[in-house]
Design a protein around this ligand. Sequence first.
Ligand code: AMP
Length: 279
Amino acid sequence: MLLLKAIAETQSACAQIRGEGHILGLVPTMGALHEGHLSLVRAARAECNVVAVSIFVNPTQFGPNEDFGKYPRSFDQDCTLLEHEGVDLIFAPAVDEMYPAGASTFVLVEGVSERLDGASRPGHFRGVTTVVSKLFHIVMPHKAFFGQKDAAQVAILRKMVRDLNFPLSLIVCPIVREADGLALSSRNRYLSEKERRQALVFHRALRKIEEAVASGEKSSSRLIEKARGVFAEETDVRVDYIAVVNPDTLENVPDVKNGALVAVAAFVGTTRLIDNVVI
Ligand code: AMP
């Protein structure tokens, strides 16, 4: 397994891989890897004969009062996990390699980047689309793998790939959950035992919505009301948003007759978690 930190070196290694006729897959991550990330790696392994994983905690997607400084980092353990998965290349640049002094170019997918997490975390998706564009330019993968866990991110990246004609396919993999339903997230490491239990309210609320839809409820506002009722049972969990949206535009939809994305963000203590279900 190649471990590279320099952009130039990574570009030439990846150019050589493509030149040899291999199908190159990229799995972008911020490290602190868990089974959710590894599911993307396995999907990439299944579809590509060379797999690259990037590990980069991207400062431009964190707000000034967010957790960039304390975001979990477990680089050595991440490398061991990726080696076991048969990953061929890890790209793990330093911040000043990706953003040298004076870097002032950003990629923004207008409109859609201001919805859901983009509304609560101004600038977040501009940081995501900028770093993912850079990773695409550096690695030039044939296929890039992302998790449905970050459903808004997927919608925005799909649009970016289309709008900017990136010559690659974006592959979206299902949400990996713990046995009790909690969606895996690097930020789950912040949770105390009590908060970990409280965080199960996400799954209960989304299940409630699925059940309501299964028994014929179509109204978005009534579905949101039901989910809010479930969240109200956990007084230490503060809802940021519960939204029923078009999965491509992230705009609110009045009902789920044509399908919808139900997305939830809430603070468990000081930890902000997200989850979603597609109806
Ligand atoms: P992150 O390291 O949080 O930036 O995540 C890297 C990639 O892993 C993103 O495409 C995420 O959507 C994906 N991911 C994170 N958690 C999960 C999960 N529980 N199931 C599936 N994919 C996930």
